[in-house]
Every structure is written in structure tokens, then in C-alpha cells.
Design a protein around this ligand. Structure first.
Ligand SMILES: Nc1ncnc2c1ncn2[C@@H]1O[C@H](COP(=O)(O)OP(=O)(O)OP(=O)(O)O)[C@@H](O)[C@H]1O
Ligand SMILES: [Mg+2]
Length: 341
């Protein structure tokens, strides 16, 4: 049985643009099965639809069409059972300012009908470095501590399926390590983990399989090792203050003065270096490194540029015809998916 199953899931939101009744397609026929015991990564740029998928999974939002199940339980028709099997760490910091840390966790246990949960609550507080804050009011916690608390709250009922929506955003290095150690331990004990993150090195290190989402569609789905193998192999990296010749500029990833070029073989590296020499470009700190998940991610995202995707906005009901000229169907603008915070 799949731990998590998305079956042809689409989600439209009312469109912020276009005529009344127009919709925006945030998820477009997402098909994804995550098996029990997997450590699965869901990656994608801002606005790709990751949180929308998780909101549907957690029963916070309804899919427009399709079906989602958690360990066989439908998240809509069997909400209470599905919800019990899930522990969700939300992307947004939400907390009740009237409780202290331990009270909040006891309250959350009660919500799931669990009494006398203090032994597990203590283990959670210890494992997440919150033991000395057990009596602190939620308002007295720092941002990173509040995020730890969200993790503790999600795990209070020992859910078999754990969903983490960017759990390490704004979290210091030490806690990241503590958190990954703890979540990996739970995964080894058999808990399924679904993680979204923008820290691709974390995904590369932790996730056995990865799906990449772009503008509401899955554009890559494979084992992490297979995604890395399919990548260019190596990357030539150097620094320059100069202007790249067009042949290189077309293929390069440039961050400030750092230039990175994907290289499949030795001949390609030679060609790059020859182009650099011929152009008289002054370069420093030349090095080769192995392609990583970030290179794979950028490559895949560029291949599926928005122009290749169909429009995500659809016009509203028939009265939309009375909308101003040109307003009946708002086309997806370049990188329309990147509009959310
Ligand atoms: N409640 C809503 N109403 C209308 N549009 C929404 C709503 N929630 C999300 N969207 C839109 O749906 C798209 C997907 O948003 P979502 O939050 O799922 O992205 P994400 O992949 O989680 O991005 P991020 O990496 O920024 O967290 C975005 O274009 C967003 O603006
Ligand atoms: Mg999100």
C-alpha cells in the first residue's frame, strides 16, 4: 500500500487576474505514489505547488479533481482516519500564544485522544533541543525554536507518515543537524517522510527518491542517485570579471563573478578552455567539481520553461465575454509560478 497517493490531482484557485470567475491552475494532474518507509523529497521553485499538495494531503484545502490517500485512507471521505496517520510540519509559523511548550504539546495529544503522553513529549523536547524551554510561553521562543516546536507538535501522536514543509527555513546549522538526525532515526524505524526544501544539498543527502514540481506539474521523478547519474557529470567553475563570449554565455550559470559550465566529457572542457583563451578573458580559481542536485534541478527547470507549458489561467464563466478587451483569457506570464512568497 502507498503511504501517500496523489491520483490525477488538480487544484484551481480563483485567479487574482482576469475576469470574475477566472481560475488559476496551481496543480495540474499530479500523479504520485510514495511507498511506506520512503524518505521522499518534493522539490520545486517558489509557487510550484508544493504547499498546495501538502494542504490537500492534510485536508486543509480540497482538490478540484482527483483523489489523495494516506495509507489507504481518503483525505476527504475518511478525513479523521487519514489525519491521524499524518504529522504535518507547516511552512508558516502558527502557534497558540496562551500555552507554554509542554501545555501546547499536551493539548495537541488530547486533540488526538492520547492521554499520559509525557514520556514521548519529553523525548521530543530532548531530541529537538527544547527541554530547557518546556515551561516557556510560546511568545518567548525565538523563530528557530518556534519551528522546532512545530516539529514536536506534528510528531506528538507518533504518526506513521511525516510531512515536513520547509522545516529548516530560518533554522541554524546545529538544529538542522539535530532535526535531520531525529527525522532519519524515525525513518529508519519505519516512518515515511515527505520533505520539501529549497536546500538541495539536504535533499540530496537525505532523500532516496525525489519529485520535481514546476508550475503545478511533476517534471522529474526518480531515485536521487539516478537523477544525479543523468546529470552532466562535471562542472567547470571559475571566476572572472570579464564578459563571457556568447558560446559560453549560452551554457553558463553565472552568480556574480562565478561562472559554472556543465561538462559531459574531456573534449567539452577543452573547448570551454579554448573559448576562454581565444576571447582573452582573465579567469581565476579554475576548478572542476562533480555535478550535484542543484545542477540537475536547474537543468530540469530550464528544460521545462514556462513557454513550453500550456496556459494555467482559464477564463471565467460566459459573462467573462463582457470583460475589457484582451481580458477574457489571461495568459501565463513568464515564470508566473514564481509569484508567491
Ligand atoms: N489560497 C490561495 N489562493 C490563491 N492562490 C493560491 C493560494 N495558495 C497558493 N496559491 C497559488 O498557487 C501557486 C502554488 O503555491 P504554493 O504555496 O503551493 O507553492 P510552493 O511550491 O509551496 O512555493 P514556496 O516554495 O514559495 O513555498 C502559487 O502561484 C500561489 O500564488
Ligand atoms: Mg510552500
Amino acid at each position: 500500500m502507498s503511504a501517500i497517493s496523489f491520483q490525477s490531482v488538480s487544484k484551481s484557485y480563483p485567479s487574482p487576474r482576469g475576469p470574475a470567475g477566472a481560475t488559476f491552475l496551481a496543480l495540474d494532474g499530479v500523479q504520485l505514489d510514495i511507498e511506506e518507509g520512503e524518505f521522499f523529497g518534493l522539490l520545486g521553485p517558489n509557487g510550484a505547488g508544493k504547499t498546495t499538495m501538502i494542504s490537500i494531503l492534510a485536508g486543509l484545502t480540497r482538490a478540484t479533481s482527483g483523489r489523495v490517500t494516506v495509507l489507504g485512507s481518503d483525505v476527504q471521505t475518511d478525513y479523521a482516519v487519514a489525519r491521524r496517520k499524518l504529522g504535518v510540519v507547516p511552512q508558516e509559523l502558527v502557534f497558540d500564544p496562551f500555552f507554554n511548550v509542554r501545555e501546547a504539546l499536551r493539548f495537541q495529544s488530547g486533540y488526538f485522544g492520547i492521554k499520559n503522553n509525557d514520556a514521548w513529549i519529553d523525548e521530543l523536547l530532548d531530541s529537538l533541543g527544547l527541554a530547557d524551554k518546556a515551561g516557556a510561553n510560546m511568545r518567548q521562543l525565538s523563530g528557530g525554536m518556534k519551528r522546532r516546536m512545530l516539529v514536536a507538535q506534528a510528531l506528538v501522536h507518533k504518526p506513521p507518515v511525516i510531512v515536513l514543509d520547509e522545516p529548516t527555513a530560518g533554522v541554524d546549522v546545529e538544529l538542522r543537524q539535530t532535526l535531520w538526525h531525529f527525522v532519519s532515526k524515525l525513518n529508519k524505524q519505519g516512518h515515511t517522510v515527505l520533505l520539501t526544501t529549497h536546500y538541495l544539498e539536504e535533499a540530496e543527502a537525505l532523500c532516496g527518491r525525489i519529485a520535481m514540481l514546476k508550475t503545478g506539474r511533476i517534471v522529474a521523478l526518480d531515485r536521487t542517485s539516478a537523477l544525479l547519474k543523468a546529470a552532466s557529470g562535471n562542472v567547470l567553475r571559475f571566476k572572472t570579471e570579464g564578459v563571457l563570449p556568447p558560446a559560453l554565455a549560452a551554457r553558463a550559470r553565472v552568480t556574480g563573478t562565478v561562472v559554472q559550465l556543465p561538462a559531459h566529457n574531456a573534449l567539452e572542457i577543452e573547448q570551454y578552455l579554448a573559448a576562454v583563451r581565444e576571447s582573452g578573458l582573465v579567469v581565476e580559481d579554475v576548478e572542476m567539481r562533480k555535478a550535484d542536485l542543484e545542477d540537475v534541478f536547474i537543468d530540469i527547470m530550464n528544460r521545462h520553461s514556462p513557454s513550453q507549458l500550456e496556459e494555467r489561467f482559464s477564463a471565467g464563466p460566459p459573462q467573462a465575454e463582457t470583460a475589457p478587451p484582451g481580458g477574457s483569457a489571461v495568459r501565463a506570464a513568464t515564470n508566473v509560478g514564481a509569484t508567491s512568497a
